[in-house]
Structures are given as C-alpha cells and as structure tokens.
Unconditional design. Structure first.
Length: 265
C-alpha cells in the first residue's frame, strides 16, 4: 500500500466513529505512517514503547486510544487534532500478529480557567496545554536577527516562542500564525502577526521601545482598530477560552488544536 495524504484520509474515514482501530496490511511501513502523521499534526506523544505503556498517560494525553487497542499496542504514537486523538504504530491483532495500526479516540481538553488581565502566566505553555500540541523536533530555527534587522526593531519574546513552538499553521485551523510579521500596515504603526479567514488582522501597536509591552491591535475587516493591553500569546489564549471575548473562538470550538501546514500540507 502506498502511503499518501489522500490514502491517510481514506484510512481515517474507515475507522468507525467515535473511535476504534484499523489493522493495516503488513506491507505498510509503520515508520512511514508515523512520519506522514507527524508532518500533518506535529511531533507525537509516545503512549506505548516496546509494549510498555507510559504510566503518566491519562484521558488528557491520549489514553483513550489504548481502550480500542485492548492492551495490544506494541509501539503507539498519539496526536491531538480537534475532537480526536489519532494514534499510529504497531499492535497485535486478534491472532497475536504484530501489524501496523491506525486508531482514533474522542478527545476533550482540560482548559485552564482564564484569569484576570495582568495575571502572571506563561501563555505559550498554556497554549501548548490547551491545544495538546507537541513541538516538532524537526522545527528549524528562525533567523530572528535577520528579521529584526530588516524591521529595525526587536520583536516580542512570546511571539518568537509561539513561532518556534508551533511553526507554520493555524490555531483551530482558523487563526493563521505568521512566521514573521507583515509590514503593509507599518504606516499606521501596526505590525501584523496573525490573521483569520474572516479577514481580521491581529497586530501589535508599535508603541515604545520595549516590544514585550506592545499592545495587541485587531484591524477588523471593516477597517476598525480594537486595542487589547496584553501580549500576543495571551490574546490567543483568551480568544480560545473566553466565550465573552469580543473576538472569541470559544463559541465555535469546544476543543482546541493547532493545525500544522508543514511538510507539503
């Protein structure tokens, strides 16, 4: 069987909702299967290695996949995507033969509560927890010196950590994270760090010499600017989790993820 992104979609569609497992033909390379999923969803979490289950695995980290495998997993990797956990690797079939396997299970996130503005919080770490993201070990370093030299300014540290952690892609498949700021609103004092399919642009108001204190400014589709006195990573957390935020995504998505655009997607 030739493994492609199209083949992968077909295989996932064959797994009965809300979850289950599919043993694949023996000619499927499980390493190639994992690499294909890694390119789509980011680096995986290891649930089972050489038959030993990670003792810290729980419902928040993909343990639901193990139920469908009925304890027969040999090496299982897991990815968070939307309302599903997706697992792949090798497992024993009903006859005890080790075969490549693909599995899914329902997923929910343990969303940390949204505290008051100004709360001391590592917002990038919170984004990782909320989305279930595992940073890819293949993520290349960004040449921030070159980018900041071209812009003539340093950039906020939390933004650089978001780019280094998540890479190319979109939160909830909706909020696209720019890999370097867009400058076509520079004359308005804005640098654009993200945008949405609704044509809202998420920017910083370049105000003062300390980029970590630049406020977020949303340039709306109807050309209004709405200011928020918080850094970029905090802004993303709040629109993911707070249903009352004026730019909330929490009303549309109960479970959050990061959709990677890397590796040809």
């Amino acid at each position: 069987m030739e493994l492609t992104q199209s083949t992968l979609n077909d295989l996932l569609a064959r797994i009965t909702s809300p979850g289950g497992c599919l043993h694949l033909p023996s000619d499927v390379d499980p390493h190639a299967l994992v690499e294909l999923l890694d390119g789509r969803y980011g680096a995986p979490r290891t649930l089972v290695l050489d038959g030993f289950t990670d003792p810290t695995a729980d419902e928040w980290s993909g343990a639901g996949l193990l139920t469908g495998l009925e304890g027969r997993g040999v090496t299982i990797r897991a990815w968070a995507y939307g309302e599903q956990w997706i697992g792949a690797g090798t497992a024993r079939d009903a006859e005890g033969v080790v075969r490549p396997v693909l599995a899914t299970a329902p997923r929910r996130t343990q969303a940390p509560p949204v505290g008051p503005l100004g709360q001391d919080e590592d917002w990038v770490d919170r984004l990782v927890r909320v989305t279930g993201w595992t940073p890819s070990s293949r993520r290349q370093d960004v040449d921030w010196a070159r980018i900041e030299g071209r812009l003539g300014s340093r950039l906020p540290g939390d933004y650089k950590r978001m780019v280094a952690t998540f890479g190319v892609g979109a939160f909830d498949g909706y909020l696209d994270l720019n890999q370097e700021p867009w400058t076509h609103l520079r004359e308005d004092g804005l640098l654009i760090w993200a945008g949405t399919e609704h044509e809202d642009l998420y920017c910083w108001r370049v105000d003062g010499g300390d980029p970590d204190r630049w406020p977020v400014a949303v340039r709306t589709f109807d050309n209004r600017d709405v200011l928020f006195d918080c850094p970029a990573a905090e802004f993303v957390c709040r629109i993911l989790l707070d249903r009352h935020h004026p730019f909330t995504m929490a009303r549309y998505f109960d479970t959050h993820w990061f959709l990677s655009y890397q590796d040809g997607l």
